[in-house]
Design a protein around this ligand. Sequence first.
Ligand SMILES: Nc1nc2c(c(=O)[nH]1)N[C@H]1C(S)=C(S)[C@@H](COP(=O)(O)O)O[C@H]1N2
Ligand SMILES: [Mo]
Length: 226
Amino acid sequence: MTKHLKDRIPPGQFLTEKFPVLHAGDVPNVDLAAWNFKISGLVEKEIILDWNRFLALPQSRILCDIHCVTTWSRLDNVWDGVLFRDLMKLANVSPAAKFVLIHAEEGWTTNLPLEDLLGDHVLFAHSHDGKPLTPQHGWPLRLVVPHLYFWKSAKWVRGIEFLDHDVPGFWEERGYHLYADPWTEQRFRDDPEWYDTGVNSEEYYRTIKARVREEMRRRKNSQPAE
Ligand SMILES: Nc1nc2c(c(=O)[nH]1)N[C@H]1C(S)=C(S)[C@@H](COP(=O)(O)O)O[C@H]1N2
Ligand SMILES: [Mo]
């Protein structure tokens, strides 16, 4: 089934064929020989991978649309890399882990519920549209979480930390939404559920995710028959 173009563009977004560059601070200088990736937190044993070991992991390709909170969307991006869930298999993660804090160069972080990372569409990418990432877009490695606003897709990633509680990341601490669903425009942390359910609770995520599912159902039902 081909989806209508308008059904692929969330509210408040415009389409671009360009690939804008956005981040806090400067593009970091990364030395691949010194680069490593750390799996930490609620794991039996911390794991540290170097670049060659990372590349030796099973490789996957995804095709996705991306939606930036600054209102641009870019369709049909091809990414190559390692699925989050394939990476996670290396570590013995405690069942108590419910959240993940993604760590990038220079202490930049972003937070996500673990279950959002387990799908076959979430990957650590080293290539975009068939070419290695450019430094501005996150070389050597970035996360891609297509179903959330693009700031969750950390560039220059260096590790993942499994947690039993939610810890707001860099932009989230500065007022951006904790979950960031583009279809219900979770841009800023000004949603009523935030005030109703309080800080960092699983209850909060249950509530906002229920709202997202409801919106997706509504959209599906309002689609004209073909
Ligand atoms: N490490 C790091 N990753 C980051 C950011 C950042 O400031 N630092 N900014 C995020 C934001 S706000 C966006 S919109 C996307 C932009 O990715 P792009 O520059 O490849 O378009 O990267 C995200 N990943
Ligand atoms: Mo952004």
